[in-house]
Write a protein that binds this ligand. Structure first.
Ligand SMILES: Nc1ncnc2c1ncn2[C@@H]1O[C@H](COP(=O)(O)OP(=O)(O)OP(=O)(O)O)[C@@H](O)[C@H]1O
Ligand SMILES: [Mg+2]
Length: 192
């Protein structure tokens, strides 16, 4: 069985807060893929438009293979592109989902440009991280957690309950069908 417990989700949903707290709660090591990419120069260039690094997927995967096959215990992996980890090394992927209207405010308050905020909020509305995870892993390994209005410890508790088979692992979040978000989504899509 795979060693990686992946905490995925759109930028800003709370992955790092949740993943670090989960790692200390379970006494497991914590691995942030973006930090690893920077630390070991596992990128091929810079996306000037997005202001982000273009990862060298081949080298990242071989490094992850090395790290995960050499690990005695499970590893909490924090990344919004956790789908790069080969399925055989993955135990479970938790995709944190956050109400897009809340995410919008959170990303705007980071001082990000309108386009960057919009692109990421749209990714959350569509559930891109869930989509990517389901493309690489069986549905039994992909679990969504709605973190909206929850304390970090509450989210950690939910994840622990799924890992202990106390709570069911499900893919269920659908912002597009949420009546309360209709006006927000319509306005977002009309202000390109
Ligand atoms: N459960 C929560 N309740 C309230 N605020 C939260 C919660 N989780 C995260 N936040 C807020 O959101 C911010 C972003 O959290 P965090 O850095 O963990 O997100 P992230 O998903 O790791 O982002 P990135 O993808 O950019 O690394 C935090 O600084 C905190 O202010
Ligand atoms: Mg983070």
């Amino acid at each position: 069985m795979g060693k990686a417990i992946v905490i995925s989700g759109t930028p800003g949903v709370g992955k790092t807060l949740v993943a670090t707290r989960l790692a200390s709660r379970l006494g497991l090591s914590y691995l942030n893929l973006s930090d690893l990419v920077v630390r070991e120069s596992l990128y091929v260039g810079v996306d000037e438009v997005r202001g982000s690094l273009i990862i060298d997927e081949e080298r990242l995967v071989s490094r992850l293979t090395e790290l995960l096959s050499g690990s005695e215990s499970d590893v909490i992996v924090d990344s919004h592109y956790g789908e790069v980890i080969p399925d055989e090394f993955v135990k479970t992927v938790f995709v944190l989902r956050l109400n897009p209207a809340v995410l919008y405010e959170r990303l705007a308050s980071r001082g990000w440009g309108k386009e960057k905020v919009r692109e990421n909020v749209e990714a959350e509305i569509l559930g891109i991280c869930t989509y990517n995870a389901l493309n690489e892993h069986p549905e039994t390994k992909v679990c969504e957690v709605d973190v909206t209005n929850k304390e970090v410890d509450e989210v950690v508790e939910e994840i622990v309950n799924v890992l202990n088979n106390v709570k069911e692992c499900e893919v269920w979040v659908d912002w597009l069908s949420n009546e309360a978000l209709k006006d927000f989504i319509t306005e977002l899509l009309n202000t390109s």
